[in-house]
Design a protein around this ligand. Sequence first.
Ligand SMILES: [Zn+2]
Ligand SMILES: [Zn+2]
Length: 317
Amino acid sequence: MRAIQLSSEGLCLRRGAPRPEPGQGEALIRLLRAGVCSTDLELVKGYMGFEGVLGHEFVGSVEEAEDDSWVGRRVVGTINLGCRRCAVCLGSGPEHCPQRSVLGIYRRDGAFADYLTLPLANLLPVPDGVSDAQAVFTEPLAAALRLRQQLRISPTDRLAVVGPGRLGLLIAQVLALSGGNVTVLGRRAESLELAAGWGFDTGLAADAESDRYDLVVEATGNAAGLETSLRLVRPLGTLALKSTFAAAPAVDLTKIVVAEINVVGSRCGPFAPALRLLERRHVEVDALVAAEYELEEGLEAMAHAARPGVLKVLLRP
Ligand SMILES: [Zn+2]
Ligand SMILES: [Zn+2]
């Protein structure tokens, strides 16, 4: 099969990669669509030191499973695989299991390939009304929803999302469901057009008023965004960090202490509510698709996704 593989030599399209063998309790899944995420681009730069098949945002069709009822079903899959035995797994779930692997990110081959495997326990059927291209957004939308699990957001809060990219625009929509007033901030006016068209308040991050927002979500995908975001949050307010990147930012943390800022790190979120939002059309994702490439052109797809201002790039076999 074909696979987009990251190794110490860099990124390559491997044509003769072996088809993965599903382990006990696992399904063999044929890829239908995958999405390129900023995390994939950071992995290429050395984030997590990952080597293997990239890709963690996907929708596929189950080809083989011990339980026949799954075969032929269209599925998405959660990306963390825990040991299922430790106190963390039994308590909060696999996301923080010390033994975990993460699909296409850490110690487990991912979805930029004709086939992938995942435990049945990680899979969720995709409702008929959700297209393949829409279903690819389940994972990042779940990551956006994670903020709603972690933070109490009042409808009167002033909310800002810094970084109007593929994840930031999902976060803005999810925060807006709270009824709160969401401002989307970016570095370039062109990058704000989509958010403005959806009715969000928008502005250039450099011009935004300091100490104004009750909650600022950093979703820029770069180290500079952290400094901007910290500047905008009000004393006693909350700064939520959604970006993962390879670079180590040098940021003055004084304000966190003096203004008593609550800092929240936020990663993976719940899939079932994300699928509900997609099915009920409460979140717009079609407009976020910038391009679709065949798996054969995976390297071009990655290069396209890395260009500034490009939203979601999809891959299909
Ligand atoms: Zn992602
Ligand atoms: Zn565990």
